[in-house]
Each structure stands twice: as C-alpha cells, then as structure tokens.
Ligand binder design. Structure first.
Ligand code: ADP
Ligand code: TRP
Length: 319
C-alpha cells in the first residue's frame, strides 16, 4: 500500500454537465498525470465542497455518479487511482474542525473566493467561508506532494501550506508535509459555439458525451462570420481533434464553404469522442461498477487518512 512514490491529491466538484472545454482544459491532463506511474494518486469527488451550492439530494447523487463515470470513461484508471467520495471519509471534516481552531477569521477573509462572494454582497455560508480549510484537510491528510489544480485554485494550496506549517509549529510536530501546487499548464481556453469561452453558464457548449445528433446540432449552431479567410470559430474547435497541418489543407480546399467544413468537424469530433461516449454508455448500463470503484476507494482512503488522524490526535492530546 505505501510504496514510496510522491502522493498526488486532487478533488473535483460534481457540479455541472461536462463539456469538451472541461475535457481539453482539465480532465485530459488529469488522466495523463495519473497514468505516468510517477505518483500515488488520490482523486476524490468533492461532494462536501459542492454542498455549499448544490442542495438537492437527488441532484447530488446523480451528479456524483455521473462524475465518476465520466472520469472512468475518459481514461482515469481506478486500478491505479484511489478514487473516492470526500463524504465517505470522515477524517476530512474532522481534520477541518481541528484546523478551524488554529485559524483566525481575518486570515480566511483574505481568500479571493470569499472576497468575490462578499463583493457580490452574497449572504455567505460558514461552509463557503471555511472552504479553504476543508480543502487543506483534503490535501494534508494524504501527505500530498503535488496538487494539480487550475490557476484559480492556487491560493487554496497556499492556505494548505500555511495551515500545515502553523499546526506543526503550534504542536511542535512534523505531522504535516507541505504540498506543492501543480498548476496545470494553461491549455488555451476552449471556445464555445459563439466564440466566447466555452462554459455551461453561457449556453455555448459542446457536451462531452453528446450523441452524433446532439453534436450535429451544436456544430451547426457555431456562429460563423465572413470577415476572415476561414470560419474561425469552427477552426478553433476543429484543431482540438485534428492536426493543424491537415486542417490548413482542408480549410483551403473548402474556403467559403462553411457547411462542408462544419460537416467535416462533426465527423472528426464524433470519431474522437465516440470511444469515450461508448464507454460512458456502458457504465450507465452497469451501475455496479461505480459502486465498486467508490467502495474500494473508500476503504483505501479511510485507511490512509485514519493512520494520519492517529498522529494528529496524539499531537493535540485527544487520543
Ligand atoms: P464551466 O466554465 O463550464 O462552469 P467549470 O468552472 O466547472 O466549467 O470548470 C471545470 C474545469 O474545466 C476547470 O478546471 C476549468 O479550468 C476547465 N474548463 C472549463 N471550461 C473551460 C474552457 N472553455 N477551456 C478550457 N478549460 C476549461
Ligand atoms: N476547490 C477545488 C475546485 O473548485 C476542488 C477541490 C476540493 C480540490 N478539494 C480539493 C482540489 C483538494 C484539489 C485538492 O476545483
């Protein structure tokens, strides 16, 4: 169980239907990183983090399962990855509480996410305020060396480092290891059907597991304008699934014929996405697999985190 590989930890919130922007911008790098065999990876569904914004039991259950299926479908290997649900491992919230007791409010008030929420004049929940400390617990429980996240999460990794240092200092211990952020290289922003950043909130997405029919509809709706030599919005999506040298010839040959180019894009996207979509459909028809994966993940994550909690309890004197 404990080989000496550095540990990789990351969490994904089960919010939102996945689109190809999520895949090319995040999921694909995740799969690559955990495939290398360089790390011991722990990846979890951050359902307790999601609870701040998603408060519908049916939706929580459905999206959690969809997320697990999606990651398996795009190639995350549950044999190599400890893949689990945050809520299945009580040590996350337990350690979060302990961190609460050594953290000041002004320090948490400096979090960008908190300041953004405050600027929007939202009524902020205690859970949202405390978000960085639950995340610190997620990371520190497993002695993570690397935490792959998007740029927007960088500050949260700093909170985890500060919290580890503070705990170690107060309790004169070496219980926690300081994690390093691994900021996933900014993959060029994937653009949506309207030429803006693809995002579920803009209604401009190409769903990751779209059927051919849905793909066709989405591609046909791509906004084209005739100002340049080629339909830029079509090309930008096309280059995700086909080499630019191929595309230059193709776009030259069919200059001005947007319909032909869109048809070629449908064809290429469909070919690229079909294996993942098929795998996703298979998993939907075999729900036992998701249960098995989560069950195994839960056992392994509990064992690792309990061992750490023993040391934490001893350090603070509640053992
Ligand atoms: P959305 O913008 O649809 O709400 P999320 O914020 O849930 O997407 O993003 C989840 C992950 O997918 C993030 O790590 C983000 O970097 C990545 N991602 C989302 N949209 C894009 C995009 N258009 N291009 C590149 N990466 C993206
Ligand atoms: N906050 C992260 C996000 O919004 C999700 C997350 C929760 C996470 N816990 C984590 C990421 C621990 C890395 C490590 O994307």
């Amino acid at each position: 169980m404990s080989d000496h590989k550095p540990v990789l930890v990351s969490g994904v919130k089960p919010t939102g239907d996945l689109h190809i922007g999520n895949y090319f911008g995040a999921m694909r790098q995740f799969v690559e990183l955990t495939k290398e065999g360089k790390y011991r990876p722990y990846i979890f569904v951050a359902d307790y983090h999601a609870l701040n914004t998603m408060q519908d039991a049916e939706e929580m259950r459905r999206r959690t399962r969809e997320l697990v299926m999606a990651y398996i479908a795009v190639g995350l290997d549950p044999e190599r990855v400890v893949f689990f649900k945050q809520s299945d491992v009580p040590a996350h919230t337990e350690l979060c509480w302990i961190f609460d007791t050594i953290t000041t409010m002004p320090y948490l008030m400096r979090a960008h996410a908190f300041k953004d929420a405050e600027a929007k004049n939202n009524e902020i929940s205690v859970g949202t305020f405390n978000y960085p400390l639950l995340m610190a617990a997620d990371i520190l429980l497993y002695d993570a060396s690397v935490v792959p996240v998007g740029q927007d999460q960088k500050q949260h990794i700093e909170y985890a480092r500060d919290t580890a240092e503070k705990f170690n200092r107060i309790y004169k211990s070496e219980v926690f290891k300081l994690p390093e952020p691994y900021i996933m290289p900014e993959v060029a922003i994937v653009l949506g059907t309207d030429g803006q950043k693809m995002s579920k909130s803009y209604g401009n997405v190409i769903p990751l597991f779209a059927t051919r029919e849905v793909l066709t509809k989405a591609v046909m709706s791509i906004v084209t304008d005739s100002s340049g030599a080629r339909p830029e919005n079509v090309y930008q999506i096309h280059k995700l699934v086909r080499s630019e040298s191929d595309l230059q010839a193709l776009y030259k040959e069919h200059e001005g014929s947007y319909k032909t180019l869109k048809e070629a894009l449908i064809e290429d996207l469909d070919r690229y996405l079909a294996p993942m979509r098929d795998r996703y459909e298979e998993l939907k028809n075999d729900p036992g697999i998701v249960d098995q994966v989560l069950q195994r993940g839960k056992i392994e994550a509990r064992a690792a985190s309990e061992a750490k909690m023993e040391r934490v309890r001893a350090a603070i004197g509640v053992n």
